[in-house]
Design a protein around this ligand. Structure first.
Ligand SMILES: *Cc1c(COP(=O)(O)O)cnc(C)c1O
Length: 392
């Protein structure tokens, strides 16, 4: 992620606790489907307020299994947001269903529940809600809407692990929810993900499908329970998480509060440092939200255009400040344009927001000096662009 830059956009927070867990697991001789997976699942389930947790190889395959477990397939429509990481829409295509994009709320950057209701048809089989940048705004309304229409809410919680909203943990709003543990997320297993749900049937289906369609994991090592290792009840996948990854996850979840607190401190420093800048829109967090900050994304005010933002981005990178344009709209990705014929202007709020975003370096070890350097560089670049705009 650092691209050799001085101040990287993100950086995992790994201590000797993680290293010890991994080394002990390597020494244990049990490298797949063992006690670390179970412990990791239990810790994540507890944190998400869920009955069941199923560890998987990454967030994307977790979402894939969630859709399959809910029986979503060809002919079905799934409503989701175009302002997200591409995986939240791609998984709809994996199962042969049709993505139906709905525009976002310009303040929260999440699906607008009112717009979602207008997009529901008799073919709508699920809604995938995403906590963009970790912000859970509108999740309760989406869940209520899904209840009214008897459609399952799939919570793509890949950007929000550890946060909460109106007293409910992120991951508890959907019928099924998925976390991701790629190195740029709040906590990481290198690659990894976790499905959480209160529905035992969905959890069992996901367990079986992650493990080649085998009967739900026997308590005994599978090779000791005759028949079950070479018995395949349904179409499955190898979406398992190794014990090595799970051991890393166990250590990271144990340190979750410390990590989230440190991320919170960095976010607060950015906010107080940038609050006075007239050309910048800071992220808004509702009073009833405890943020688990995934990334720190600011927006330029509406007089700036995509070219201005891109020049600011290049300027930051030239000064070795890691920055990115989270997220280019999914419907305007070349694959989605050519497959579905989407065009500029189809989802105007998403497009207007996406043209002006800047993700700034964000991780637990960012020093005050570095935060200052990022903000100073940003100020210079923004002023320079503003000058070219004002001169027409
Ligand atoms: C990170 C992320 C995913 C996918 O996670 P991977 O572990 O990289 O597969 C899915 N959806 C969203 C919104 C994400 O940010």
């Amino acid at each position: 992620m650092s691209n050799g830059q001085d101040i990287p956009l993100s950086r995992p927070d790994i201590t000797s606790l993680e290293i010890d867990h991994v080394v002990q697991t390597l020494r244990s001789g049990r490298l797949s489907m063992g006690p670390m997976q179970e412990q990791f699942e239990n810790l994540v389930a507890a944190r998400a307020g869920a009955e069941y947790a199923v560890a998987v190889s990454n967030g994307t395959c977790g979402l894939h299994l969630a859709l399959l477990a809910l029986g979503i397939g060809p002919g079905d429509e799934v409503i989701t947001t175009p302002f997200s990481f591409i995986a939240s829409a791609n998984v709809i295509l994996y199962v042969g269903a049709s993505p139906v994009f709905v525009d976002i709320n310009p303040r929260t950057l999440n699906l607008d529940p009112g717009q979602v209701e207008l997009a529901i048809t008799p073919r709508t089989r699920a809604i995938i809600g995403v906590e963009a940048f970790g912000n859970p705004a509108h999740m309760p309304e989406l869940a209520a809407l899904c209840n009214r229409y008897e459609i399952p809410l799939i919570e793509d919680a890949c950007e929000g692990f550890g946060g909460s909203h109106r007293g409910r943990p992120i991951g508890s709003f959907g019928r099924i929810a998925v976390f991701a543990f790629y190195p740029n997320k709040q906590i990481t297993t290198g690659e990894g993900g976790m499905i959480v749900t209160d529905d035992e049937r969905l959890a069992d289906l996901c367990r079986s499908m992650r493990n080649q369609g085998r009967p739900v994991d026997p308590i005994e090592p599978a090779w000791q329970s005759p028949g079950s290792w070479l018995m395949h009840e349904r179409l499955g996948f190898n979406y398992r998480l190794s014990e090595i990854h799970a051991a890393l996850g166990v250590a990271q979840v144990k340190r979750l509060n410390e990590i989230l607190e440190n991320r919170n401190i960095v976010a607060s420093k950015y906010i107080s440092r940038l609050m006075g800048m007239p050309d910048i829109i800071l992220p808004t967090v509702d009073a009833d939200t405890t943020m688990s900050w995934f990334v720190f994304v600011i927006r330029l005010s509406s007089e700036f255009h995509a070219e201005n933002r891109d020049r600011i981005l290049s300027g930051l990178r030239r000064h070795e400040v890691g920055a990115s344009n989270y997220f280019p709209p999914i419907h305007l990705q070349p694959f989605y344009r050519s497959r579905f014929g989407f065009n500029d202007g189809d989802f105007p709020i998403t497009e207007s927001v996406a043209q002006r975003t800047l993700a700034l370096p964000f991780h637990t070890r960012l020093s005050d000096r570095e935060i200052d350097l990022v903000c100073q560089t940003l100020e210079v670049m923004v002023q320079r662009e503003k000058f070219t705009i004002d001169r027409g």
